[in-house]
Ligand binder design. Structure first.
Ligand code: GLC
Length: 539
């Protein structure tokens, strides 16, 4: 393990999406025992920590981001004891564990929401959520014009058993994800307890879901623009100053524990200076850098995002994070091979298809750029195999609520959530012993399976493993960056410690300066080809 007092400053954190990682029970869904079996795979790859997407009791209206009990493991993923075993087995292997905390909303099947519905209008139980009377003569219109990020109105009206309509409740996401009222002290106290529960169980930190959404503008005024999916339109429900006192409180809870635990914000806040407020010294430790994930394949944009991210974080003394893929966006091996390389929304069979070869080439180059940058880096399961997005998945398999709620305008996020291919010639490509999979795997995954790539020179898996080892030995995560500008506008170039990193984001090869080649995303000799990154040891 790295220095315990600073582990999250430079850590490489591997995101596991439990339902798609490894299925031990054979039901077609990944589970915690499946993850436990595969932990040595992660140490072989060389990551420092694992972030697990939710595995809690849930009706699975949003793949587990609709939590019915924050302390219990859903039977789909195993038993509650499996979570505790996973934490201790990971620690034995030197891996840290970050779990997902979903505080903006619960499931509508959570006991708090059930009690609130039963207790009726005006009750104190309803104060834990955002219930309001409707507008219009009979309350038939929603309380305001807010839209759900999954499409359509963010309000749903309740009905009495006899069918008579009553109040509305707010859900920024699915109808089965009612938003909590964070002005209510019971909500705050309950989450302190949830944090302590898992800190006692030994987790090293929490990834905080929708961290920019907990505080709503007082009075819930109408929004001016429509909420884009996980988008950049800010409105009265996003990034309100009131979120920060919540994170200061949580910071205090974490410091009751030893071992340097961390909070990481999932906050889709486009202004990097506003985002940096989440990682002030008395708040969270990290925030995902979605500006980097959103960047198109363009050298000037990369330079700007890298420079501004580091500056904004330096101003508050926080490490920068870097991320290219996760369970909500198109895999970068596909995004970078489409005409609009800055479009993170997935694609379906009717849409223009990405150029897989180009996408993978650029993805390898982008990853090699990312892994040299100072700070902490996130890897999403399967990107170490160069997996593409499943962009031809037949619609009948779609599970993401976005597909239905957007009236089939958006295909949703299933294409990046397809079960991992482990073994080319096994049922379900080694994902499940019975061959069942909750989403179909595309044929292209066969040749990309782990057993086809592990320790194979030139494979994407080997590129990741080698880059992670070099990153560690040259301490690049702790590095500081100086720009190299003499190779032209289309080369993103910087030095960090003893290493010079050059990414050729243009259409023409450039001559390589002197230096020993440590690693490259594509074979290089005297020239750095297009869409390629190289790390040189400074001579
Ligand atoms: C976050 C999660 C996403 C989920 C949403 C609602 O953005 O990453 O998967 O649908 O929050 O919880």
């Amino acid at each position: 393990m790295s220095n315990p007092s600073t582990w999250w400053r430079n850590a490489v954190i591997y995101q596991i999406y439990p339902r798609s990682f490894a299925d031990s029970s054979g039901d077609g869904y990944g589970d915690l025992p499946g993850i436990i079996d595969r932990l040595p795979y992660l140490t072989q790859l060389g990551v420092d920590a694992v972030w697990l997407s939710p595995f809690y009791l849930s009706p699975m209206a949003d793949a587990g981001y609709d939590v019915a009990d924050y302390r219990v493991v859903d039977p789909l993923f195993g038993e509650t004891a499996d979570a505790h075993e996973l934490i201790s087995r990971a620690h034995d292997l030197g891996l840290r564990i970050i779990i997902d905390l979903v505080p903006n909303h619960t499931s509508d099947e959570h006991e708090w929401f059930r009690a609130a519905v039963a207790a009726g209008p005006g009750s104190s139980e309803r104060e834990m959520y955002l219930f309001r009377d409707g507008q219009g003569e009979h309350g038939e219109l929603p309380p305001n014009n807010w839209s759900s990020v999954f499409g359509n109105s963010a309000w749903t009206r309740l009905h009495h058993a006899d069918g008579a309509p009553e109040q509305w409740y707010l859900h920024l996401f699915d109808v089965k994800q009612p938003d909590l009222n964070w002005n209510d002290e019971r909500v705050r106290a309950a989450f302190d307890d949830v944090l302590r529960h898992w800190l006692d169980a030994g987790v090293d930190g929490f990834r905080v879901d929708v961290a920019h959404g907990l505080a709503k503008k007082p009075g819930l005024p109408d929004q001016k623009e429509v909420t884009e999916l996980l988008g950049t339109n800010m409105g009265p429900m996003w990034d309100q100053d009131g979120v920060h006192e919540i994170y200061r409180r949580w910071h205090g809870v974490l410091t009751e524990y030893d071992g340097d635990r961390a909070l990481v914000a999932e906050a889709w806040v486009p202004d990097l200076d506003r985002l940096a407020l989440y990682v002030r010294p008395d708040e969270m430790q990290q925030a995902f850098n979605f500006a980097f994930l959103n960047a198109p394949w363009d050298a000037a944009t990369y330079r700007t995002v890298i420079r501004d991210s580091i500056a904004a974080n330096d101003a508050v003394g926080a490490p920068t994070t870097w991320v290219l893929s996760n369970h909500d966006v198109m895999r970068h091996a596909s995004r970078l091979g489409r005409a609009d390389t800055g479009n993170r929304n997935s694609a379906g069979p009717e849409d223009p298809q990405p150029d897989h070869e180009l996408g993978l080439r650029r993805a390898r180059a982008a990853t090699l750029m990312m892994l040299a940058l100072p700070g902490s880096a996130y890897i999403y399961q399967g990107e170490e195999l160069g997996l593409p997005e499943h962009t031809t998945m037949p619609h009948e398999f779609r599970q993401d609520p976005i597909w239905e709620r957007s009236d089939h305008e958006q295909v949703g996020r299933d294409g990046c959530r397809v079960p991992m291919p482990w073994t080319a010639d096994a049922p379900a490509l080694g994902f499940s012993p019975t061959g069942r999979t909750w989403l179909p795997q595309p044929e292209s995954y066969r040749l990309l399976a782990v057993d086809q790539q592990i320790d194979v020179p030139g494979s994407t898996w080997s590129l990741y493993r080698d880059a992670l080892a070099l990153r560690k030995s040259y301490a690049l995560g702790d590095g500081s960056l100086e720009w190299v500008n003499d190779l032209g506008d289309d080369v993103v170039g910087f030095t960090t410690g003893d290493v010079t990193v050059l990414s050729n984001v243009s259409g023409v090869p450039v001559a390589l300066p002197d230096g020993e080649i440590l690693i490259s995303s594509t074979p290089v000799d005297a020239e750095l080809p297009t869409d390629a990154t190289v790390w040189l040891r400074r001579s």
